[in-house]
Design a protein around this ligand. Structure first.
Ligand code: SF4
Length: 402
């Protein structure tokens, strides 16, 4: 397969600036600095494991297992590292290093490999759809049947859910909807009243992600934002999103988030019509120019607005995505591009990490599902708030049906 950088040439000149915010403090680490930070992390992990297991032999075995998991989720070779505002990031679903939240996350991983004596995080993260409201009409919307009804959870209940998961131990909340920025007041209240022992990300189309809201979210304690951008061509993105101004809003949202030094990721639903090596590279070029940290590729699934539609990708498409993922994360020629995130890569190698294992999905109607795409509707999140219920057993029951 030919691997060559492409330039991004949208069919229609967008009215927004397609470069990242010049004040954004981001740096993709080069070889020497990257190796130094990797060594620092290795020593840090060894000391953490030695203290946890009170042993000098167990850490080596546990860290070997941890490395295997890392290789199937991120590919082989030295991980790409991106420094944002003084902290290091290697995966959208792993907390920043060095932080206490990172240590707690690692202890949760240790516990899965070899049980540890004290309490550790039950989950790595949850996707939590906090609103049913959305002005967009996206082609692939997984929440399609839940949208624009009366809200399921009031602010008190939203806060209670966050408190419950924080009590059980969790590294990150990824708050979605609907469009979470429609519920900006409650969103701010939720994040600001949570304990500072988890990271918070907002998953948005860019709608209502104004400069003022970006600042308010940062002040409340937001770590980052994952912005949906489904094409480098503004017209095609807007068509996909069923919203005329969506491309400009997404681009503006990136720049506003960068102004506040938030971690910025892009997410794309890689449809059959989009999927080609050329398009992926054009998208990556734009992401690099926009100085984003992560590009997340999601495969279309026949749920929500795509229900009963012929949208599933085939083996040839998986091969292109695998190759793109490995290229972005390991090929030295792309060392200054964003970090690629692609769940299909590890799902086809070691299985699913969702379904009450490390993650799960609370939909906007309050149902707990194995993940955003497997709508298992195991139970209602309000069941977790009933003290007599065994929340760990309930969470484990939301396992992946695939
Ligand atoms: S995918 Fe998100 S932004 Fe699009 S219609 Fe659904 S909830 Fe709204």
């Amino acid at each position: 397969m030919i691997v060559a950088p492409f330039s991004t040439k949208p069919q229609v000149k967008p009215s927004v600036d397609l470069t990242g915010n010049p004040f954004y403090k981001i740096r993709v680490l080069k070889r020497f600095e990257k190796n130094c930070v990797h060594l620092w992390v290795k020593i840090h992990l060894f000391i953490l494991a030695a203290k946890t297991y009170r042993s000098l032999t167990t850490p080596a075995k546990v860290l070997k297992q941890l490395k295997k998991i890392r290789e199937v989720t991120m590919g082989r070779g030295n991980l790409k590292l991106i420094k944002v505002n003084g902290k290091y990031y290697h995966h959208l679903y792993a907390p920043a290093f060095p932080t206490k939240i990172f240590n707690d996350y690692i202890l949760g991983e240790f516990n899965r490999i070899r049980p540890i004596r004290h309490k550790s995080n039950l989950l790595t993260l949850i996707f939590f759809a906090i609103t049913r409201k959305c002005p967009l009409r996206c082609e692939h919307c997984i929440e399609w049947n839940n949208l624009n009804h009366k809200e399921t959870l009031d602010l008190e209940e939203l806060n209670a859910v966050v408190k419950k998961f924080q009590h059980d131990g969790i590294s990150q909340f990824h708050l979605s909807g609907g469009e979470p920025l429609v519920r900006i007041k409650d969103l701010l209240a939720m994040i600001s009243s949570a304990e500072k022992k988890s990271e918070f990300y907002v998953l948005t189309s860019g709608f209502n992600f104004t400069a003022a809201n970006a600042k308010a979210l940062k002040d409340a304690g937001l770590t980052g934002v994952v912005i949906s951008l489904d094409h480098f061509d503004p017209v095609k993105h807007n068509e996909f999103r069923g919203f005329g101004d969506s491309f400009s809003q997404a681009i503006q949202a990136i720049r506003h988030a960068q102004q506040e030094q938030l971690v910025v990721g892009l997410t794309i639903c890689v449809t059959k019509s989009f999927l080609s090596w050329h398009n992926l590279m054009a998208y990556a070029e734009l992401a690099k120019k926009m100085k984003v940290v992560f590009i997340q590729m999601l495969e279309p699934k026949a749920v929500g607005h795509y229900a009963n539609k012929d949208v599933l990708l085939d083996k040839a498409a998986f091969a292109i995505l695998d190759h793109f993922f490995e290229t972005m994360n390991s090929d030295p020629r792309y060392s200054d591009f964003p970090i690629a995130i692609y769940h299909g890569y590890h799902q086809r190698r070691i299985g699913c990490l969702a379904g009450g294992n490390r993650t799960m999905y609370i939909d906007s109607a309050g149902f707990i599902n194995a993940c955003p795409f497997c709508h298992t509707k195991n139970f209602n999140v309000k069941d977790l708030l009933v003290e007599e219920n065994n929340s760990e057993a309930l969470i484990r029951s939301a396992h992946c049906p695939a």
